[in-house]
Write a protein that binds this ligand. Structure first.
Ligand SMILES: Nc1ncnc2c1ncn2[C@@H]1O[C@H](COP(=O)(O)OP(=O)(O)O)[C@@H](O)[C@H]1O
Ligand SMILES: [Mg+2]
Length: 258
């Protein structure tokens, strides 16, 4: 379990995260949705160690992560897929993926084992291994970026807007890849501005507003919640499903301070 407790964090001009409490269950796919500027990317930054919380704690199975910095957090098995455009275009797919295993460079057997595992999970790595990364489409690049991240065999994978700029076919591929990585044992915490897509990929959903959790529920329940539908899905929650929603109502006043 990844536990974020009472986290306040920002960039010098006031706190973006305003006392964030969030539980990310082990083995699940948790998706944080919410409007632009809600602090979604900031949540991933404090977890991955890119940004230090001003107050509060972040723990993975009881171990504090919040004072470790990026390298320390990575060493604990929490890896963030960087934003797109993160591949070296002149290098081959294989070289790009192997870079993800840089910390294993002294253990060639393990490095090769991980590479084989990742190629099996993400076929494009094997199919296009000698192609330059610059020749790939946006969706293919996203998959290779995830592949590179999986080289460290993370226990928790952090993904910021995996759908950004992808065509529908690539979206399906990336969603499936996230599910496959999860089925192979990786806990996933992802952030999506595309609420419908994010919740459809996830098992757990979190609505973030003004740097606080406004609502937390099984993803299907959130998707069917009439207020979520109204605010984020264009009012299209199906009647039959909304009738079954339980325990997932939005408080009238969140005091979110935006
Ligand atoms: N590097 C930064 N420096 C200053 N302000 C930032 C920085 N990154 C984000 N912010 C601000 O923090 C707020 C939340 O940003 P972010 O976490 O990126 O939101 P989201 O991912 O939900 O769109 C926004 O108001 C944004 O302008
Ligand atoms: Mg963002």
């Amino acid at each position: 379990m990844l536990t974020i407790s009472g986290v306040f964090a920002g960039y010098g001009g006031g706190d973006v995260l305003q006392g964030l409490d969030l539980h990310v269950p082990t083995g699940a796919i948790t998706c944080i949705v919410g409007p632009n500027g809600a602090g979604k990317s900031t949540v991933l930054r404090v977890v991955s160690g890119l940004l230090k919380p001003r107050l509060g704690t972040i723990e993975l199975d009881g171990t504090r992560l919040d004072q470790l910095g990026c390298a320390g957090v990575l060493a604990k098995g929490v890896a963030q897929v960087p934003q797109s455009q993160a591949l070296f275009p002149q290098m081959s797919i294989r070289e790009n993926v192997l870079l993800g295993g840089y910390t294993l460079r002294r253990d060639k057997t393990l490095l090769n084992k991980r590479y084989d595992h990742v190629s099996e999970l993400i076929p494009i790595v094997a199919e296009r291994s000698n192609d330059k990364a610059g020749n790939l489409s946006g969706g293919q690049r996203r998959m290779v970026e995830i592949a590179r991240c999986l080289m460290v065999d993370p226990s928790v994978l952090l993904l910021d807007e995996p759908s950004l700029g992808l065509d529908p076919k690539s979206l399906t591929g990336v969603s499936q890849l996230v599910r496959d990585a999860n089925a192979a044992g990786t806990t996933v915490l992802l952030v999506e501005q595309n609420v419908r897509l994010g919740l459809s990929m996830a098992t757990h959903g979190v609505v973030l507003e003004g740097g606080r959790v406004r609502l937390e529920a099984p993803a299907g329940e959130l998707m069917a919640n009439p207020e979520v539908a109204e605010l984020y899905l264009g009012g299209h929650a199906s009647e039959s499903r909304t009738a079954r929603v339980s325990g997932a109502s939005l408080p009238a006043d969140t005091g979110s301070g935006r």
